[in-house]
Design a protein around this ligand. Structure first.
Ligand code: AMP
Length: 330
């Protein structure tokens, strides 16, 4: 199904066109009509399946005709990186509709907090937020939620894994009961169904059962002793010289160890984990996206929702605890 078959505004179609999106992905074709019809939705959809546009397009279409100057829609997501990427997509899709958007996440300076406070006080069409920082603002009492019509939970299973259940329930206690809620999750464990039954009203459920690796990915396994891992990794990296690579380690300590070892033997790389300030993380990600850095060593922090073109090799230096994490990483 093509986007121009949807009953949405010309301005929004122009935004979609500017992204060169023509045909909908499966999750988009299935969820956009449901969301446009006004129903709540629980959709199971993998990272990289086009789910951001799957919820942004109906939400942006539906808020464009709304009156009131408060916040119209809230998107909650697990990490700052996903938050920023979603904000960028709202800005792109909303270029011709004039949709206003702010990303609310922690780790920035006082100026950032004041800017967020101003937007939350004056009202904005779309708020994209990580739970912790949003709660800080909500608890200070100035956030204008009374006009809110749409709530989206993105990567809901990841948020539960990160321990955000109570925060999500707390955030929802500040929102109007009468609203449309869309929930996107990569997997559908019991905890997700339970949360859905608590916060969704007669939802449509779409389970695209995506939790397996994309077929075109070539997968290899090396059975090695722990002590040999580093040198085998170095050999593999030499054969991918100049190509874009992400190496996943299990812990921040292992990220540092792998990164320093590689640097010691002359393989340039950059380490990214949650201990770095947001600004450092942003700069490192930008260097990777722009091709200034070829190799990133990281934790599961970058396993989900991160959209980088032309990555040639993913190394699971440490095997992830959960099969889903492996699927997300690769
Ligand atoms: P997401 O799952 O939302 O992170 O999207 C993954 C990637 O697919 C992003 O680079 C999007 O820009 C791209 N994308 C999303 N929808 C479409 C579409 N209908 N046609 C082509 N690319 C798309």
């Amino acid at each position: 199904m093509k986007f121009n078959e949807l009953k949405i505004s010309e301005d929004l179609l122009s935004g979609i066109d500017a992204f060169n999106f023509e045909t909908m992905t499966e999750i988009q074709a299935k969820s956009i009509p449901v969301a446009l019809s006004g129903k709540d939705l629980l959709a199971c959809s993998q990272t990289g399946s086009g789910k951001t546009a799957a919820f942004l397009i109906p939400v942006m279409e539906k808020i464009s005709g709304l009156s009131g100057d408060g916040i119209k829609s809230l998107i909650i997501c697990p990490t700052r990186e996903i938050c920023m990427q979603t904000e960028e997509q709202v800005s792109g899709l909303g270029y011709f509709t004039g949709t206003s958007c702010i990303a609310i996440y922690g780790g920035n300076d006082q100026d950032g907090f004041s800017r967020q406070k101003a937007a939350l006080t004056n009202g904005v069409d779309v708020v994209v937020a990580t739970p912790g920082r949003l709660i800080s603002h909500l608890s200070l009492g100035y956030v204008k939620t009374e006009d809110l019509k749409f709530l989206v939970l993105d990567e809901a299973d990841e948020m539960l894994d990160m321990g955000f259940y109570d925060d999500i329930i707390n955030i929802i206690s500040y929102l109007p009961h009468k609203r449309q809620t869309l929930m996107f999750s990569a997997t559908m464990p019991d905890a997700i169904r339970k949360l859905a039954s608590k916060i969704l009203y007669q939802p449509e459920i779409l389970d695209l059962n995506f939790s397996k690796p994309a077929e075109e990915i070539d997968q290899k396994v090396y059975l090695v002793y722990e002590k040999d891992k580093a040198s085998i990794l170095a050999n593999i990296l030499y054969s991918y010289k100049g190509q874009r690579i992400i190496i996943f380690a299990g812990t921040k300590i292992n990220v540092s160890k792998v990164s320093s070892h590689l640097r010691m033997i002359g393989i340039k790389n950059t380490a990214i984990n949650s201990s770095f300030s947001q600004q450092e993380r942003n700069e490192k990600m930008l260097d990777f996206k722009n091709g200034k850095t070829d190799i990133v060593v990281t934790t599961n922090l970058l396993a989900r929702g991160i959209d980088i073109d032309d990555v040639n090799l993913i190394v699971n230096y440490d095997i992830p605890d959960k099969a889903e994490d492996y699927v997300h990483r690769i």
